[in-house]
Structure formats: structure tokens, C-alpha cells
Design a protein around this ligand. Structure first.
Ligand SMILES: Nc1ncnc2c1ncn2[C@@H]1O[C@H](COP(=O)(O)OP(=O)(O)OP(=O)(O)O)[C@@H](O)[C@H]1O
Length: 314
């Protein structure tokens, strides 16, 4: 029998899938897999499990939210590329942003079946300071102070940022981060209130990129930087631009790059895939093209996703 490792975070989301685990294992067994199930015991556990055991399995399935998936991918990235098995994902978190972007079914049984009927789809992974990684977004900005103080960690970075901006009445409520940002095409300096390096077609439902703007396996990230507005009128223009995706070029920078280096004047808190990424003055971000192969049945759900407006241009 082929060997499959299922990594399950029993505390992810509202834990609805707990009672479904037996049926999920049954699907794997019927597909001819000798399935090992390991439940994570705390933060960092999923990364360690995958790092140490990935090479022993033909497939890995992650059951959890974006945080668990981020850890599983970190574990895979710590293995040599030839020892990384393809990855299936059964979304069981609260937001599951990446699953929405990829078009993975929200129903755990359908998602599980699609892992076996689907194909391997390469996906770019970001390295963050060489010791962390992200699959769809690394971001800093106004949202970060609030996010880690709330029991529900911030998931929806750009959506939350826009929400905070909408409520801003005085510029003094905004925190500008002075920094130099180097990308493949040059260097940008300034005071920024938000920045993100992304590999997704949708950020928090607010920004939707089309195929020309964002291909998850093109070896490039999308870099978005929002400058500190000079006036409240400026701020309204920025918000209107973010909503309509017609960026005011003076205020919002949007470009494609494989590398980004951030040199900040102060410690700046980052969020990686919606989880705490720590505070840093220097960050190096690098694209690892097609570093992880996702297993899912893209054709089964693309039409429905496109109809829902989630998946643009796949
Ligand atoms: N046994 C455990 N007890 C408590 N926390 C755990 C356990 N196992 C893993 N964790 C941690 O739980 C955190 C949250 O998990 P995850 O992001 O998967 O779920 P979620 O927050 O509900 O989903 P989403 O991020 O999609 O909204 C992760 O950082 C993970 O490290």
C-alpha cells in the first residue's frame, strides 16, 4: 500500500470536522493508502512533523486552517525539493483564504475526494528571512497592533486594513512606517501605512487580481504598498482606488517581483498568511517557484468558483 500522512489540527476553526475524521480516513483507505494520522499538540508541531517525516510518504494531507497549512508548508520547505510529496488540503479553519483562492471545496469530504481525483498543481512559496515562509500573503501595516491582541488572530489582512481606514477620521490615527523597499526593478522609499507581498487572486475579498496580475505559479509575487496620505481627501482617494482596483499611482504602488527587501526604521510587525510573523527591521522575501505541488481537482470547482467571483481567470 502507498503511504499517506494526514496532519490534523484538532483545534482549528469551530472543530466541526472532528466527528468526520473517521470517514475521511476511510476515503483515503479506499483509495489504496495506508494512512497515518497525527494530531498537532500545539504551535509549531505541524511543521516539525512534516519536516521529519515527509520523505516517508507519497502524499501529505493537511486538515486545519491557514495557520496549520502555513506550518505544513514550512515543514515541506525544510525538506530537499525531491523529498517533498504533493500536498492535499482539507480546509477546517475559520477563514481558509488560500482554499478560497485555489477553489478547494469547503466540504471536507468533497475536498478529500478531490485530492485523489485531482492533479498536482505547482504553487510558488515565499521565504521570509529564510526561516519562515508564506503561501499567499506577507503583510505589515495598521492592522497588526490590533490583530494579535484579539483572541481571533487577524486573517483578512487587507479587508481589515480597509475597514480600519474607513473608520479613520484624523491622519494622526495612522501609523506611517518609514522604509526602503528594494524589488527586482528598483528601490522605493517612503512612509507606508500598509504593505503586502502576495501570491493570491483575492485578498480578503477586497482586492481581486485577474490572471494578468496574479498567477500563483509564475515565480513572481505581487507587491502592494500604500503610502501615508497627506490629507483626509488623499485617504478617500486611496480607499476608492483600493475598492475599484484603479490605484492612484502616487499613493499606491503595485508591481510584480520575485524578491523584496524591506529596510525599516523601526521594528515592524508582520503577518504571514494571517498569523503573527514577528517584528522586524529587515526582511528579505524570496519567491520559490512551484516549490509546493498542491493536489486538488481544479476542474470540478473552477466553474462554481468563477461564478461566485472568487476565481478570476484560472
Ligand atoms: N493542539 C493544539 N492546541 C492549540 N493550538 C494548536 C494546536 N495545534 C495547532 N495549534 C495552533 O493553532 C493555530 C491556529 O490554527 P489554524 O490557523 O489552523 O486554525 P484557525 O485559526 O481556526 O483557521 P484559519 O487560520 O483558517 O482561520 C495555529 O497557529 C497552530 O499552530
Amino acid at each position: 500500500m502507498k503511504r499517506l500522512l494526514m496532519v490534523v489540527n484538532p483545534h482549528a476553526g469551530k472543530q466541526h470536522f472532528k466527528g468526520k475524521l473517521l470517514d475521511l480516513i476511510d476515503i483515503c483507505t479506499r483509495q489504496g493508502y495506508d494512512t497515518t494520522v497525527l494530531t498537532t499538540q500545539g504551535r509549531g508541531d505541524a511543521a516539525g512533523i512534516v519536516r521529519e517525516r515527509a520523505a516517508l510518504y507519497e502524499k501529505i494531507i493537511c486538515c486545519g486552517g491557514d495557520g496549520t497549512l502555513n506550518e505544513v508548508i514550512s515543514g515541506l520547505m525544510a525538506c530537499p525539493p525531491q523529498e517533498r510529496p504533493p500536498l492535499g488540503y482539507i480546509p477546517a479553519g475559520t477563514t481558509n483564504d488560500l482554499a478560497a483562492t485555489l477553489g478547494i471545496d469547503r466540504d471536507p469530504f468533497a475536498a478529500c475526494r478531490d485530492i485523489f481525483s485531482g492533479t498536482e498543481i505547482p504553487y510558488d512559496i515565499g521565504s521570509f528571512n529564510e526561516n519562515r515562509c508564506f503561501s499567499y500573503i506577507a503583510a505589515f501595516g495598521a492592522f497588526t497592533e490590533v490583530s494579535y491582541q484579539t483572541p481571533q488572530p487577524l486573517k483578512n489582512t487587507l479587508g481589515h486594513f480597509a475597514y480600519l481606514l474607513e473608520g479613520t477620521r484624523r491622519l494622526s490615527e495612522l501609523h506611517p512606517y518609514r522604509m526602503q523597499v528594494r524589488h527586482d526593478g528598483g528601490t522605493i522609499e517612503g512612509d507606508f501605512i500598509f504593505g503586502a507581498v502576495c501570491n493570491t487572486r483575492s485578498i480578503g475579498g477586497l482586492l481581486r487580481f485577474d490572471r494578468r496580475d496574479a498567477d500563483p505559479a509564475d515565480g513572481l509575487f505581487e507587491l502592494l504598498l500604500v503610502r501615508m496620505p497627506r490629507s483626509i481627501a488623499d485617504l478617500s482617494r486611496i480607499l476608492a482606488g483600493l475598492h475599484s482596483r484603479r490605484f492612484d499611482e502616487d499613493a499606491v504602488i503595485f508591481l510584480h517581483t520575485a524578491h523584496a527587501a524591506f529596510l525599516c526604521r523601526e521594528d515592524t510587525a508582520w503577518s504571514l498568511d494571517g498569523e503573527d510573523g514577528g517584528a522586524h527591521r529587515r526582511c528579505q522575501i524570496r519567491n520559490n517557484p512551484g516549490a509546493v505541488r498542491f493536489l486538488y481537482d481544479f476542474t470540478a470547482h473552477a466553474a462554481a468558483q468563477r461564478q461566485a467571483g472568487i476565481l478570476n481567470g484560472f
